[in-house]
Ligand binder design. Structure first.
Ligand code: ATP
Length: 300
């Protein structure tokens, strides 16, 4: 196996600092490429596939995972030729939690070296990018439109360094002060309208919140949760239920599954994937069943 680790030196977690101390050791056992700017991980990952590496590891947070995933997809037959690995060094690391990966550096490295892999579903979204041109993006774990994407726009990077995940709670409170979006979502048979739409490939969102308790990374389906009203009281009530892994009552949110999903809005509405804003609605999401190879912990 030829492994290339793509490292985001600006990832905010403490783990990124510790990872830096281990760079020499890890660099001696694989090829290490460091990002120099936002978006660089995508180019480096595409190059690594072309250079013949067959495990491409995202060392960073969920934003870096998303860039590396899209870089693999940019290379011809990238998803057949290369397997995605994750070194969780970010603030929240939702995708790593979903895969059951440890955050401890040497344990994570042992898993990558063992190279045990599985295939999971691969979601993608077509949306209105900068300047309104149509763009598409793969995502690993989740997507959101409306309130959560607005909160991500409002996250203060200095505060995120100091407070970690709590910075998102603060940003969420700020986002709730704005005029709610009216997003309509349909999978062709079920539809719903709300101020906040969350879409999951896996179960977790924002950490260990099980927003999609029925999600299965290998079932070829996206999970959709639509909140008609997203106010502070509703979200506080829901967070307890998410932590307990309970399904939300229909009075609070409408949930359904989808192979393809269309999202439209009556006003300019931001869209995020894997925790980073990418553009605006309208958007169309789809999913390819078990099309993504990922490194996972071995059984037992
Ligand atoms: N060298 C770099 N300089 C500036 N920005 C970078 C660099 N490398 C990556 N980035 C950007 O940093 C952003 C955040 O990275 P990432 O998600 O990996 O870490 P994080 O924000 O600490 O983690 P989390 O997503 O878990 O909160 C990504 O959107 C990426 O584009």
């Amino acid at each position: 196996m030829r492994t290339c680790v793509i490292f985001n030196p600006t990832a905010k977690g403490d783990k990124a600092r510790r990872f830096r101390r281990n760079l020499d050791r890890i660099g001696a056992e694989c090829t290490l490429k460091q990002t120099t700017h936002a978006g660089a991980a995508r180019t480096l990952a595409a190059e690594a596939v072309q250079e013949g590496f067959n495990i491409i590891v995202a060392a960073g947070g969920d934003g870096t995972v998303n860039e590396v995933l899209n870089g693999i997809g940019d290379a011809p037959d990238g998803f057949k030729r290369a397997c995605l690995g994750v070194f969780p060094l970010g603030t929240v690391n939702v995708f790593a939690k979903e895969l059951g990966l440890p955050t401890e550096i040497s344990q994570a490295w042992e898993i990558i070296k063992a190279g045990q892999e599985t295939t999971i579903d691969l979601p993608a979204v077509k949306f209105a990018g900068a300047g309104g041109a149509s763009e598409s993006r793969y995502f690993a774990q989740l997507a959101g439109a409306g309130l959560d994407a607005r909160a991500i726009e409002l996250v203060d990077w200095q505060l995120k360094k100091k407070l970690g995940p709590l910075a998102y709670v603060w940003a969420g409170m700020m986002a709730l002060r704005g005029k709610p979006a009216q997003i309509t979502v349909t999978n062709g048979t079920s539809s719903a309208t709300g101020a906040l739409v969350l879409v999951g490939n896996g179960r977790f969102y924002g950490g260990r919140y099980r927003v999609f308790p029925e999600a299965d990374l290998q079932d070829g389906q996206l999970e959709v949760v639509v909140f008609p009203r997203a106010n502070w009281l509703t979200l506080a009530r829901c967070s307890g239920m998410f932590l307990a892994g309970q399904a939300l009552p229909a009075s609070v949110a409408k949930s359904f599954k989808a192979h393809t999903l269309t999202l439209t809005s009556t006003s300019p509405t931001p869209l995020e994937v894997d925790g980073d804003n990418i553009g605006h609605l309208p958007a169309v999401m789809s999913i390819q069943r078990q099309a993504l190879r990922v490194v996972v912990p071995g059984k037992g």
